[in-house]
Write a protein that binds this ligand. Structure first.
Ligand code: SF4
Length: 466
């Protein structure tokens, strides 16, 4: 794979195709789920789970944060009151037991992820309690991937060791930008030393992979300042780096209204920030995995991609083949067999549903065969930047060229622009098309295509690609 920066970033193409698009952590995308499908949707899916020995993946959403970062688009609750998290754990326990009452098949777990919010908002005792709830009900496999999102402002080296003792072996750590001017503008004050100490402690405690998040396009960001952030970040040798584009959508995300639009980098400056960041990461030896993610060449994500064994799920890229995903907590999304189910997004609704004695499912969807096929195609494109028509035709008993004739026609202008090559046998995404892979995936999204037919200039549903 040619992974040189110059082949990844084509500024003209980035300008031309800077349109909004989904991230495809699911297909259909979560905005297509039906509202109020009824909690029975998930109950049935749990009960109908084949009695296989396939282990599970678990996701727990912990929504609390003690301060707000103005750029944030996550589902969170800002508070300093720990009574709130203690009550939340009571309800999480009830939700776990309610799901288990319907769950057929294996209770072994190969993947666990605590996301947020800030999972490390929980006190030591609360984290021990939550892990105890899970471990007493599920069997955690010894070689599983157990990950947690941490905020270095709420984790010191001692706590990093506690997390390892609890069984976590992967950590993702928010940085965004070390520049004090930027930190001031987004209300996130976090020193390099705080971050370094946690990361070193995580290594010392035996964490197998440490990933960090950076964001370009934040207010007051400059090329020099962000380059310094990248250099400091690289000095920590993280296994993976996620480089996100800041999407300014203040009409949707309230905290973003506190960002001064005049301080945001203009489109060309943002493009320069992105190009410089990618160049710096690639020159430092990181491999572009896809969709904002970079990894060291010896990291398991990079190795899985090379071996054609990379997958994509709600947490992004993964080395695990798809497992049924049980999800707990506000706004969490489960996927069990062909069913997606998303929980209530507010604490009041979440508690209210559990008090009423049923699962707090508020949105959901049961995939049909066409969804499952398109999902597999989109996943293949996003994980491996290519599609072998015969392989898809054989696996799904279709004729690829005729089934996806519309999609192939849609891709033609993108092929002419140099983003991909289409032959009679396959599609290959060119290096300069890789940053824009979600635009290619959109051609296979039946829901988006139907929308476009109805309203070609329809409203912006998704964050911009760059
Ligand atoms: S970015 Fe993270 S820590 Fe900041 S408000 Fe959002 S969820 Fe909380």
């Amino acid at each position: 794979m040619n992974n040189s920066t110059h082949s990844l970033v084509d500024r003209d193409l980035c300008r031309r195709f800077d349109i909004s698009g989904p991230r495809y952590t699911s297909y259909p995308t979560a905005d297509r789920f039906e509202s109020n499908p009824g909690h029975q949707l998930l109950v049935d899916a749990l009960q109908q789970r084949p009695a296989s020995d396939q282990p599970l993946s678990l996701y727990v959403h912990l929504p609390f944060c003690s301060t707000v970062c103005y750029y944030c688009g996550c589902n969170k609750v800002i508070t300093k009151d720990h009574n709130k998290s203690s009550r939340y754990l009571d309800y999480l326990e009830r939700e776990v037991d309610m799901q288990l009452a319907s769950l057929a098949g294996s209770r072994q777990v190969a993947q666990l992820h605590w996301g947020g919010g800030t999972p490390t908002f929980l006190s030591d005792e609360e984290m021990m309690r939550l892990m105890g709830i899970l471990r007493s009900r599920f069997e955690f496999l010894p070689d599983g991937e157990y990950s947690i999102e941490i905020d270095p402002r709420s984790v010191d080296p001692r706590r990093a060791h506690l997390l390892a003792e609890l069984g976590f072996n992967r950590m993702s750590l928010g940085i965004q930008d070390f520049d004090p001017q930027v930190q001031e503008a987004v209300n996130r004050h976090q020193t390099f030393e705080q971050t370094r100490d946690v990361l070193l402690a995580a290594r010392d405690a035996g964490f197998k992979s440490v990933s960090v998040d950076l964001i370009y396009g934040l207010p007051r960001q400059t090329l020099e300042g962000f380059r310094a952030t990248l250099e400091k970040t690289l000095s920590l040798l993280p296994d993976r780096i996620a480089l996100y584009s800041y999407a300014h959508l203040p009409q949707i995300f309230m905290p973003q209204r506190r960002i001064h639009e005049t301080e945001l980098p203009k489109a060309e400056e943002k493009l320069s920030l992105m190009a410089m960041a990618i160049e710096t990461l690639v020159d430092a030896g990181y491999v572009f995995i896809g969709m904002d993610h970079f990894a060291r060449p010896d990291d398991e994500l990079a190795l899985a991609q090379q071996a054609g064994k990379l997958h994509r799920n709600f947490q992004g890229y993964s080395t695990h083949a798809e497992l049924d995903l049980l999800a707990f907590g506000v706004s969490a999304i489960a996927k069990v067999g062909p069913v997606y189910a998303q929980n209530a997004k507010t604490l009041d609704d979440y508690y209210g549903d559990l008090d009423a004695g049923h699962l707090p499912v508020r949105r959901g969807y049961r995939m049909n065969d066409d969804d499952a096929l398109r999902r597999a195609v989109i996943q293949e494109l996003m994980c491996h930047f290519g599609l072998d028509f015969a392989k898809v035709s054989q696996s799904w008993s279709i004729d690829f060229a005729s089934y996806f004739a519309d999609a192939l026609e849609q891709l033609q202008p993108l092929a002419e622009a140099g983003l991909l090559q289409i032959s009679a046998q396959r599609i290959d995404v060119m290096p300069k098309g890789r940053l824009l892979v979600r635009i290619l995936a959109m051609a296979f999204d039946a829901y988006l295509q139907a929308d476009r037919k109805k309203a070609p200039e329809g409203r912006q549903r998704y964050s911009r690609v760059i």
